[in-house]
Design a protein around this ligand. Structure first.
Ligand code: HEM
Length: 245
């Protein structure tokens, strides 16, 4: 899975723990957004942080089970558990909880597991803390979409490449093999799939900004859990388009 996660994920099938979508426009008071407290754990993934901020995971961000990650993502985003489970399991290999079935969100900053150089909103591990947004790095990323209201696949591809080039230029120990490239494309595919339309991209920029900057699901801005499941094939298709776009 390490070397070819996008392909391997397609072969797995796991039943959804939830029967259907929550009622629109949002999932109800139980899942209201609350900022994390000083003792809560947050990590390098803006979406996992957002899901904890909404209570789809334990709000502490600590001792989250693989099952809770998979079912929380399913309930909030309608992303196929067959796609999220292998990634959640891989993320849990960073666990410092003493239980390999649970993980703290901050554990996932372990460099070289999923966390990699050239992130869209975080400094490289050698130069900064991957668990918090780096405002100046994020500003260079979002500047790629200046004047746009939706993020197209070509624009997302360009922004990703620009971030990799900028990080490479300042980090003498920059590591970006095919493996890091695959994770990075998967992450860009995720925001395009979750907020965009099918496999054609066009994610509302505002929604993407809310995820990165506030670590919040953009319900107030109009996001509704999609009725069609987002499959691993969708993510693979988007990740493939990002190579040539
Ligand atoms: C299935 C469980 C998931 C795990 C274990 C996970 C873990 C991670 C980790 C460790 C990173 C840091 C990579 C880096 O160095 O940049 C990351 C980044 C990212 N994740 Fe997740 N993630 C998961 C699900 C999701 C979902 C459902 C989304 C939906 C939008 C998402 C969106 C992103 C994005 C956009 C980034 C890039 C952040 C950046 O480059 O600054 N992730 N994820």
């Amino acid at each position: 899975m390490r070397s070819n996660i996008l392909i391997t994920l397609t072969s797995l099938a796991v039943a959804s723990a939830y029967p259907g979508p929550p009622p629109p426009p949002g999932p109800g008071p139980k899942y209201d957004f609350k900022r994390p407290g000083p003792n809560d754990s947050r990590g390098p993934c803006p979406m996992l942080n957002a899901l904890a901020n909404h209570g789809f995971f334990p709000r502490s961000g600590k001792n989250i089970s693989i099952d809770q990650i998979v079912s929380g993502i399913d309930l909030a985003l309608n992303l196929d558990p067959a796609s999220s489970r292998p990634v959640a399991e891989f993320g849990a290999t960073t666990s410092t909880t003493g239980n390999p079935q649970t993980v703290n969100l901050a554990d996932m900053a372990a460099h070289g597991v999923i966390e990699h150089d050239g992130s869209l909103s975080r400094a490289d591990a050698i130069t900064g803390n991957a668990n918090t947004l780096n405002p100046s790095i994020y500003a260079t990323f979002i500047a790629n979409f200046a004047g746009k209201t939706v993020i197209t696949i070509p624009d997302a591809a360009k922004a990703r490449r620009a971030r990799i080039a900028a990080a490479r230029a300042i980090n003498p120990n920059f590591v970006f093999t095919a493996r890091e490239d695959e994770f990075s494309r998967f992450e860009t595919s995720l925001y395009l799939a979750v907020f965009g339309t099918g496999t054609i991209g066009n994610a509302p920029k505002k929604w993407v900004e809310v995820m990165f900057c506030e670590e919040r699901i953009p319900y107030k801005e109009g996001y509704v859990r999609p009725t069609d499941v987002i499959t691993n094939d969708d993510l693979v298709e988007l990740a493939t388009k990002l190579i040539t776009a």
